[in-house]
Design a protein around this ligand. Structure first.
Ligand code: PXL
Length: 291
């Protein structure tokens, strides 16, 4: 009997300690019924957000060999999902994999991991920003946070950007290639420090927003959790607003499950406590349609 399990090439780093990148991508995709095939871009002892002196090994050479091996084996992917990339050469390798998988018409999800809170991550620079602009041309879905959206557009980061300008940013990002643009950590004008996820779907011309309740803690890796649930949900056949709703709900639940405990935020959200809820009934009710 034939089986149907979507296969995802998951191109992210493996940070041993800290619950981000492949440490969250693989369990989330597996729990949501997709096969995660890891293409690690680097191995680190910890992620780079809040740890000093981490060990870092670049895996560019390995990546090339793995892609060649998969090509020889004729392994086919329904989805290519990239996140943290270590160098411009790695971006070229993601192009290469997309190109070799073209006949399978994979869903290409690019999380352009570059920066947060107005600042580039430790290992990122403006060359990587330029490369990421080229990569998103080949994506179907991108999920920048507000800082990354500004960098990709060459705009200055404005935490208080108003709705009309944000919608214009979404359309401009989509004009760069991706049909679906999802921006996280966007302001929610109606309510103080609450944020929102806003999205644009070029085919329908619709804008969506999901409000996110402010919790006064910042855990690294929540962007990776968000995009992994979004990808798993789209592969399950959910519509964009449902996938957005599920992703926001899951991240919120993970933060709530963690916040009451006293431990270093840099260790990440307590994913182990909430992972199973991805198999529970989907309760929708948060997404809004923006005119
Ligand atoms: O979560 C994004 C990310 C991925 N990989 C590494 C990181 C970060 C963010 O800090 O340091 C290594």
């Amino acid at each position: 009997m034939a089986f149907s399990i979507p296969r995802v090439a998951a191109i992210h780093d493996l940070s041993g300690f800290g619950r981000n990148s492949l440490s969250v991508v693989i369990p989330i995709l597996s729990t949501m019924g997709a096969q995660a095939v890891a293409l690690p871009t680097a191995v680190l002892s910890t992620h780079t957000g809040g740890f000093e002196g981490y060990a870092f090994e670049d895996l560019t050479v390995f990546m090339r060999k793995a892609i060649d091996h998969w090509t020889k084996l004729d392994i086919r992917f329904q989805c290519i999902y990239s996140g943290f990339l270590g160098s411009p050469a790695q971006v070229e390798l993601v192009f290469c994999l997309i190109d070799r998988q073209r006949s399978n018409q994979p869903l290409v999800v690019v999380d352009p991991v570059l920066a947060d809170d107005g600042k580039l991550y430790d290992t990122m620079d403006m060359d990587m920003v330029s490369e990421m602009r080229l990569l998103i041309r080949h994506a179907g879905v991108i999920t920048p946070n507000l800082t990354e959206a500004a960098l990709l557009l060459g705009e200055s980061y404005r935490q208080d950007i108003e709705e009309e300008s944000l919608k214009e940013w979404l359309v401009r990002l989509s004009d760069m290639g991706p049909e679906t643009v999802v921006v996280t950590s966007a302001p929610l004008s109606r309510k103080g420090r609450d944020t929102s996820v806003v999205a644009y779907d070029r085919q329908s011309g619709h804008f969506w927003r999901v409000p996110c309740v402010y919790i006064p803690a910042n855990y690294p890796g929540t962007g990776d959790v968000f995009t992994s649930v979004l990808t798993g949900s789209l592969l399950q056949g959910d519509s964009l607003p449902v996938a957005l709703d599920r992703s926001v709900q899951f991240v919120t639940q993970a933060i709530r499950a963690s916040y009451g405990f006293d431990y270093p935020r840099r260790d990440g959200v307590l994913l182990e406590r909430v992972l199973n809820s991805l198999n529970g009934p989907v309760l929708l009710g948060s997404y809004e349609w923006l005119d």
